[in-house]
Ligand binder design. Sequence first.
Ligand code: FMN
Length: 270
Amino acid sequence: MGSAPRRAGHAGVGHSRGAAGRRRYRRRGDRPGGARPLCRHPATAPEVSTQPGFFHVVYTTRALRRFRSDPVPDEVLFQLFDAAIRAPSGQNAQDWRFIIVRDRRVKERMQEWALQAWQRYAERFPDIDSLPRSQRLSLRSVEHLARNFSDVPVVVIVCGLRGRHTTPGGSIFPAVQNMLLAARALGLGGSIFNLALGDRETLRQLLGIPESNEIFCALPLGYPSDRHGPVRRKPVKDVVFEERWGQRWAFAQAQPDEGWQARWLPAEEG
Ligand SMILES: Cc1cc2nc3c(=O)[nH]c(=O)nc-3n(C[C@H](O)[C@H](O)[C@H](O)COP(=O)(O)O)c2cc1C
């Protein structure tokens, strides 16, 4: 086994910036996790001083599909979009377009599609209650969202120019992930939920989306009633090769299967 995982604040990772670096952050007013408001309108900017650090956010951003009824304020939504649009896109095209949907009539139509898709999908799992806990909970949360989609506080529909890029979605999903990470950092939850896109053509007409644009995904967002993370994934050693396909990376082999999340999460979240 290699170096033992350590908690955030003690690990070398993320703490290598010297005094000069710290001074640079202070001058620019964008110190990570710092107490300063993010914009010139502190009265309306989301509170940033208590936010989790970058790696905490990454290790705890999981698909959350149950929401409280609290509305999502515009200044919080704005912060999510302002993070989304910092993402890269091919040729810097920035052809992403986002539609904020709060209209219950539209959400009800999407709920119909989600429910139909869920019922088809659920046929694969005749006895959900006998499945392993994590799979069971995940499927139950999908079902919950399909049945309650019209109650979701905000749904963001993400579009992009049809045929604009050689890697479809490659110039859209980086922005989507920025948005989900920003949502988690501000205490919101969400997920990509394309079960609700069963009839894209009708949705296009309902929302006036031009033919030139493709609908890439739907993001239901809100303050979650389930808890954030931690996110469980296959270990690095199983998915990263060194130099050649299939050749194990010795460094990863020596790391714990759960990765280094213990460095960044308080014990009760790990
Ligand atoms: C392109 C894409 C489409 C997805 N579509 C759905 C969907 O239709 N319904 C759903 O419940 N989750 C959907 N998800 C979310 C994944 O199921 C989820 O990210 C994955 O199961 C990991 O969940 P976790 O982060 O909670 O561990 C989608 C994710 C991606 C990237």
